[in-house]
Design a protein around this ligand. Structure first.
Ligand code: ACO
Ligand code: ZN
Length: 281
């Protein structure tokens, strides 16, 4: 049985068409058996239904009346929109999204019950519709204080700041919930890189303002970043001393400035005033 499982995990679908992009896939994804012989799949960029042939997609596009993800638009700023999709209310969409996402996520087993998750879909909007650039998922109720389960920026949109935007958005939701949060483990290399970058930037900015007069707990409360992640980030920056059994922040202004110069800037900020959202009940 094990051998059979390994055999079926060979990457099947090597590329997909989505909106105006053809995208090479990265990993295996457990599409239903009838799609396994296909090299390329054609996705409707709005409802995420997938098809084996281009003509099927063309026919579908003539009658599909979605022009954006299902669910509620909870954020809009300029051409950027964020939609919240309940996996229970939009089960097929959520499952399609998971199949699609798994093509770019190695270590995640995504085949949980989509009912238990909310999906936050980031879109670039124009006169043709709202085009998904990435998303993250979030458990409706997390025992482990996870505020994000899976995050993906579609390859054509990577390295433009969307990942950072999605991470930042996940913490803004946690702030509204009055909770601290942390991403589900394990993180991929790219995931860790993106989180480290985000945590570093956010924490350094606050330390710069408050000099040394702030504790790890206070930093955690202000940012909704879980205390363990605050500590590991500051340790990585060599800003922590261990004294009398306690971790203390020890931020030499020169060291702070050196770190601040090194972190990436600019890009897409979440404009909190434009977020219209209440926590899931
Ligand atoms: N090589 C080097 N650095 C990179 C790369 C790369 N290929 N991609 C992103 N980065 C760095 C950026 O320079 C940036 O650094 P900075 O914060 O110091 O400026 C940081 O990572 C974030 O860059 P963004 O442009 O904001 O992120 P992006 O839109 O590319 O999305 C993401 C990052 C979501 C991790 C993306 O790479 C992705 O979807 N990867 C595949 C799926 C994946 O691995 N997801 C995370 C799994 S872990 C989890 O889901 C909990
Ligand atoms: Zn469709």
């Amino acid at each position: 049985l094990r051998e059979h499982e390994e055999f079926t995990k060979v990457k099947n679908i090597t590329k997909i068409e989505l909106g105006r992009y053809e995208i090479e896939t990265w990993y295996f994804s457990p599409f239903p058996a009838e799609y396994n012989s296909c090299e390329k799949l054609y996705f409707c960029e709005f409802c995420l239904n997938f098809m084996k042939r281009k003509e099927q997609l063309q026919r579908h596009m003539r009658k599909c009346d979605l022009k954006h993800p299902p669910g509620d638009e909870i954020y809009r700023s300029g051409t950027l929109s964020m939609f919240e999709v309940d996996g229970k209310k939009n089960k097929v969409y959520a499952q399609n999204l998971c199949y699609l996402a798994k093509l770019f996520l190695d270590h995640k087993t995504l085949y949980y019950d989509v009912d238990l998750f909310l999906f936050y879909i980031l879109c670039e909007c124009d006169d043709r519709g709202c085009h998904m650039v990435g998303y993250f998922s979030k458990e409706k109720h997390s025992e482990e204080s996870y505020n994000l389960a899976c995050i993906l920026t579609l390859p054509p949109y990577q390295r433009k700041g969307y990942g950072k935007f999605l991470i930042s958005f996940s913490y803004e939701l946690s702030k509204k919930e009055g909770k601290v949060g942390t991403p589900e483990r394990p993180l991929s290399d790219l995931g860790l890189l993106s989180y480290r970058g985000y945590w570093t930037r956010v924490l350094l900015d606050i330390l710069k303002k408050h000099k040394n007069n702030i504790s790890i707990k206070e930093l955690s409360d202000m940012t909704a970043i879980k205390a363990e992640d605050v500590l590991s980030t500051l340790q990585g920056l060599d800003l922590i001393q261990y004294r009398k059994g306690q971790h203390a922040i020890c931020a030499d202004p020169k060291v702070l400035d050196r770190h601040l110069k090194a972190v990436g800037r600019g890009g897409l900020e979440v404009d909190v005033c434009k977020l219209i959202w209440t926590p899931y009940k």
